[in-house]
Design a protein around this ligand. Structure first.
Ligand code: PLP
Length: 413
């Protein structure tokens, strides 16, 4: 299947990669928590990692393995671990791989809850530098002997800054650092993580991967580009066998198993089903987002539109290279000062006022008063977030209906 196109591989992944029995076309959901072995020697071998198998479904189950196989195949990696949410994937991976006295470099434009989690890492004695990852020099300037990792998102939310992923990837190779990328905004269909030398991918499956706003999930995928023999924090217990697996083994044991944020087998199967149409949905979302952003850019009631697909976006050309000629499904705008943001949002009919993104439906959210409320006015202004800002996650509706909805809502303000 490796020579086939993206969606062909996806819709046939269960048959070819996971090979369910009895002619089942979907890999079946298995809800058993415990697993029986007729020979106790086999049970012991599975416990000791000498043989593949499942012993307790907090650590692994066949439904999770089936989803992990597909996610890993799409990235061409060496393995994947799934979690109950995107946040648990990020936090479990970082807690497993970092220790007191380590330094990490992270984007100053992080997803709000990831930004909040950084304060927990700081409390645990990890040094965190927040830098502008659109500028590789800002990353390079803060590197030191105890730097272990650089972490950034691909397209930041809500202002849509695009990280200079190619240059940062090169910098990480030069300095032998882990390069962890949150690709939630641009999953495999839009972005080839190995092209930018990313070592670990963190993804919220809740968003574009599952796609329908009815299931939570997260994943860590190892691209295989990082040499874990160079990483100082791998427990000696896990420095055994194939070194390409050391990092993921530690994330599985210290992260998934010990912290316990396991994805339920039902959710894993639901995500696998949603995943099959990911390319179709993302294609349509990106196309709709570009049409809407272009229309709003010249609208008399709009002050600014933030979308990488617009020629005046500071990283427009970088985005075009990185994301295969597409620019994602998220944009934000500032209404002209004096216009009533709440009346505008309350007037939208097709567009839903809700948090969340990467859905089949178009969603709108006032940013300063909701997801970035905890950050306070000073930090918001540093992040480029105005009080008039609305974030849109563009869905797959028919474009004329979306434009008409904006028009009638603008007429009310
Ligand atoms: C939503 C999101 C997360 C967290 O994912 P959950 O599944 O909601 O926990 C992490 N990173 C980014 C960029 C996100 O958009």
């Amino acid at each position: 299947m490796k020579d086939k196109g993206f969606t062909t591989r996806l819709v046939h992944a269960d048959r070819t990669l996971n090979q369910p029995q009895d002619g089942a076309v979907h890999y079946p959901t298995c809800n058993s928590v415990l697993f029986e072995y007729a020979d106790v020697n086999e049970l012991v071998d599975v416990f000791q990692g000498k043989k593949l198998g499942h012993v307790y479904s907090r650590s692994s189950s066949s439904s999770n393995s089936a989803l992990q196989n597909i996610l890993n195949e799409l990235e061409g990696g060496v393995g994947a671990v799934t979690f109950s949410t995107g946040m648990s994937a990020i936090s479990s991976a970082m807690i497993s791989l970092l220790k007191q006295g380590d330094h990490i470099v992270v984007s100053q434009f992080l997803f709000g809850n990831t930004r909040s989690f950084m304060d927990t890492l700081i409390n645990l004695g990890i040094e965190v530098s927040f830098v502008d990852t659109t500028d590789v020099k800002a990353v390079e300037a803060v590197l030191s002997d105890n730097t272990r990792m650089v972490f950034t998102e691909t397209i930041a939310n809500p202002v849509t800054q695009v990280a200079d992923l190619t240059a940062i990837g090169q910098l990480c190779v030069t300095h032998n650092l882990l390069f962890m990328v949150d690709n939630t905004m641009t999953p495999a269909y839009l972005f080839d993580a190995k092209d930018v030398q990313a070592s670990l991918l963190a993804c919220s499956l809740t968003k574009y991967v599952a796609g329908h706003g009815n299931v939570l999930g997260g994943a860590i995928i190892d691209t295989g580009l990082y040499d874990w023999q160079q990483y100082p924090n791998i427990f000696s217990l896990y420095q055994k066998g194939d070194s390409s697996q050391w990092g993921l083994t530690q994330i599985r044991k210290k992260g998934l198993r010990d912290l316990g944020a396991t994805l339920s087998p039902n959710s894993a199967q639901q995500i696998s089903v949603g995943l099959e149409t990911m390319a179709l949905r993302i294609q349509r979302s990106c196309q709709n987002a570009l049409r809407l952003a272009t229309y709003l850019h010249s609208h008399p009631k709009v002050a600014n539109v933030y979308y990488p697909g617009l020629a005046d976006h500071p990283q427009h050309f970088i985005a075009r290279e990185l994301f295969k000629g597409k620019y994602g499904g998220i944009f934000s705008l500032d209404l002209k000062p004096g216009l009533d943001l709440n009346t505008f949002l309350n007037s939208l009919r097709t567009v839903i006022t809700a948090t969340h993104l990467g859905d089949t439906r178009t969603l709108a959210l006032p940013v300063a008063s909701t997801i970035f409320y905890e950050n306070g006015p000073q930090e918001r202004s540093k992040m480029g977030i105005s009080d008039e800002m609305i974030r849109f996650s563009v869905g797959i509706e028919d474009i004329d209906d979306l434009v008409a909805d904006f028009e009638q809502a603008f007429a009310k303000i």
